[in-house]
Design a protein around this ligand. Structure first.
Ligand code: 5GP
Length: 186
């Protein structure tokens, strides 16, 4: 099987929880570990959440065409290495990619027949803003930046194969599972 399950969403839409559930419930699905130039947060470890690279290291890999896709997100580089994708194809396991909207579009171009593009949407922009505020972790400036990013991402929903509205986590997750089974035999 050559399958790339690509999930994008505005920050705060519940993507991380949905990805964690997929990995828990489908042992055959592996998570793609991206490379990034942003600094590790909290307990993040190199090679676990991300491969943490310096800007020159990342740019060298771009020049060598080592990324299946890459993008600048919030001022940092993020990218999916070709090796990660090729290894999944060789070992025939579906790969889950938690990447931004630009990255989803690039992967669709690079692997048109292998990609399943999923967009997790909040029920509304107002609901998203409320969720971001209730997390209590972000400054006003960060919330404003995330909201303007969310508006831009929501405007590109129609590029995706499946839009899941996360109004209720269990309902949304079940809808995604049904779709993966019916459309992709996963
Ligand atoms: P964070 O820094 O919070 O872990 O991730 C920030 C954003 O970068 C998220 O929207 C995440 O989906 C996106 N991202 C993570 N890895 C990649 C990648 O390899 N490629 C692209 N295009 N986006 C990524």
């Amino acid at each position: 099987m050559r399958k790339l399950i690509v999930i994008s969403a505005p920050s705060g839409a519940g993507k991380t929880t949905i990805c964690a559930r997929l990995l828990r419930d489908y042992p055959q699905i592996r998570l793609s570990i991206s490379s990034t130039t942003r600094a590790p947060r909290g307990t993040e470890q190199n090679g676990k959440e991300y491969f943490f690279l310096s800007i020159p290291e990342f740019e060298k890999q771009i020049q060598r065409d080592r990324f299946a896709e890459w993008a600048k997100v919030h001022g940092n580089y993020y990218g999916t290495s070709r090796d990660v994708v090729e290894e999944a194809f060789q070992k025939s396991h579906p790969l889950l990619l938690d990447i931004d909207v630009q990255g989803s579009a690039s992967l669709r171009k690079a692997y048109p027949d292998e990609t399943a593009l999923i967009f997790i949407a909040p029920p509304s922009l107002e609901a998203l803003e409320q969720r971001l505020r209730s997390r209590g972790t972000d400054s006003e400036e960060t919330i404003a930046r995330r909201m303007s990013g969310a508006r831009a991402e929501m405007a590109r929903q129609n590029e995706f194969d499946k839009i899941i509205v996360n109004d209720d986590l269990d309902r949304a997750y079940n809808e995604l599972k049904r779709w993966l089974k019916e459309e992709h035999e996963i």
